[in-house]
Write a protein that binds this ligand. Structure first.
Ligand code: GLN
Length: 466
């Protein structure tokens, strides 16, 4: 089978189902088929560039793609076509993966349901009345609905792992600094990390091997000899967890967690014991404050990042009418553009972040949140003195109905309880599908977290659970 055939099949599938799923904001059939033909030609010459050469991929619309629109799910970037590729995208091209298109997302990656996209929601292929998670619901739905075999997501507070959990796909948030952020439109620079969205752990590992590694263009990129994640996943596939110490995090379950999700979680833990793992319970007391700290740090960084959308540099520009013969000022244009270009959730976070950073409140809010962040890192350090990996359900519930939490930001934020601590501490995590919840027969996810730099562990343990 050729890459052109595989790519064409996926383009056909997109044409067949995406008016219902709406995983894509932009599809690039011509570009993808040209790349596929180039890959086939390379293979015919015996010059394939690796195992994924010719395998098509979908990319979250937060990644700059040369010649392809990049909107971040926002009206303010409508029509922007970047003149450069993000490092992740460049590496995909170098490795020979045809890019099918750009996937839908909550505006600027703010959300847990993809309902905050300015271009309309993505739907969960398991039940079209339900959300596919967020912010990377497009990437997860594309993979779950067989529109793409692989996808790229970004995870600032769970946006790869939680969509993975609720769509029955695998999602990995690498160690902070493990994958270059160059060309990723920043939500919160200290938390953002790109990673794989796939149908099994081995695919994720192979994709991580392609996109990861040091990049001079990202000052936070880590310079180290990463092990082969593909090898780690292959080792794990034997299913043997002898000698692995596993910690079940006390604070990542309890009241408010769906019974069916907890049943699947407890079964997965039993499976680990059967596979030879030693399982203990580990308490990380400061995790209960993670959500509060995150929803101060994230808006603070986001409000500052979004200041660049000033109607002068990119995308949308709205010029108000002259008033009493006076031409609108630059400030009037900026205000009108940002008012029309940003959605409600983005505005909410800009206000929160600007408030948290204002001089009189800086110590009371941002400063306190940073202290909690340190405590969370210390809890991880202490836990990883005792165990090799920490585990939890990825999300407290299965996919909820569209509209159910849209008007209640707190209810939306609560989805991120189990995913946020990893971003605050920079540690890697994976979500692996672990069956369907009893109540609703919808997918649930199992999260495995490892110390920074030990991404190979999440692949090894993740593959053992498949
Ligand atoms: N749901 C989280 C938020 O709304 C996570 C977002 C993300 O990881 N991009 O901030």
């Amino acid at each position: 089978v050729t890459s052109v055939e595989v790519t064409q099949r996926h383009l056909d599938r997109i044409a067949e189902v995406d008016d219902r799923v709406h995983a894509f904001l932009h599809v690039d059939p011509e570009g993808a088929l040209i790349q596929a033909a180039e890959s086939d030609a390379r293979r015919a010459r015996g010059e394939a560039r690796g195992p994924l050469d010719g395998v098509p991929i979908a990319v979250k619309d937060v990644m700059a793609t040369r010649g392809l629109p990049t909107t971040c799910g926002s009206k303010i970037l409508e029509g922007w076509v970047p003149p450069y590729d993000a490092t992740v995208v460049e590496r995909l091209r170098v490795a020979g993966l045809p890019i099918l298109g750009k996937t839908n997302m909550d505006e600027f990656a703010m959300g847990s349901s993809t309902e905050h996209s300015a271009y309309g929601p993505t739907r969960n292929p398991w039940d079209l009345d339900r959300i596919p998670g967020g912010s990377g619901g497009g990437s997860a739905a594309a993979v779950a609905s067989y529109e793409a075999p692989l996808a790229i997501g970004t995870d600032t507070g769970g946006s790869i792992r939680q969509p993975g959990a609720v769509t029955g796909t695998v999602g990995v948030k690498p160690t902070y600094g493990g994958v270059s952020r160059y060309g990723l439109v920043a939500l919160a620079n200290s938390l953002d990390q790109a990673g794989p969205v796939t149908r099994n752990v081995l695919d994720a590992a192979m994709l991580h091997d392609v996109i990861g590694g040091h990049d001079l263009r990202d000052s936070t990129s880590i310079k180290t000899d990463w092990p082969s994640f593909t090898e780690a996943a292959k080792q794990g596939a034997s299913g043997d967890l002898t000698g692995v110490k596993v910690g079940v995090v006390t604070e990542m379950s309890g009241d408010g967690w769906q019974a069916g999700v907890m049943n699947r979680f407890n079964e997965s833990v039993e499976l680990m014991v059967k596979a030879g793992a030693e399982v203990v319970e580990v308490s990380c007391p400061s995790f209960v404050h993670a959500l509060a700290a995150y929803y101060l740090i994230l808006p603070a960084e986001a409000s500052s990042n979004l200041a660049k959308f000033d109607a002068m540099r990119y995308g949308l520009r709205v010029t108000p009418d002259a008033k009493n013969g006076t031409q609108p000022s630059a400030e009037d244009v900026m205000r009108a553009t940002r008012d029309a270009g940003f959605g409600d959730e983005v505005k909410r976070r800009i206000i929160l972040g600007t408030y948290a950073l204002s001089s009189g409140y800086y110590d009371a809010y941002y400063g306190q949140a940073q202290k909690i962040r340190t405590l969370i890192s210390r809890d991880f350090d202490a836990a990883f003195q005792k165990v090799d990996v920490l585990v939890s359900p990825t999300a407290p519930t299965t996919a909820f109905k569209l509209g159910e939490k849209l008007d209640d930001p707190m209810a939306m934020y609560l989805n991120d309880l189990a995913t946020i601590p990893a971003n605050l501490a920079g540690v890697p995590g994976i979500s692996v599908p672990n069956g369907l919840a009893d109540e609703d027969s919808l997918p649930s996810g199992f999260q495995v977290l490892a110390p920074a730099l030990a991404d190979d562990r999440v692949y090894r343990v993740g593959a053992a659970l498949e």
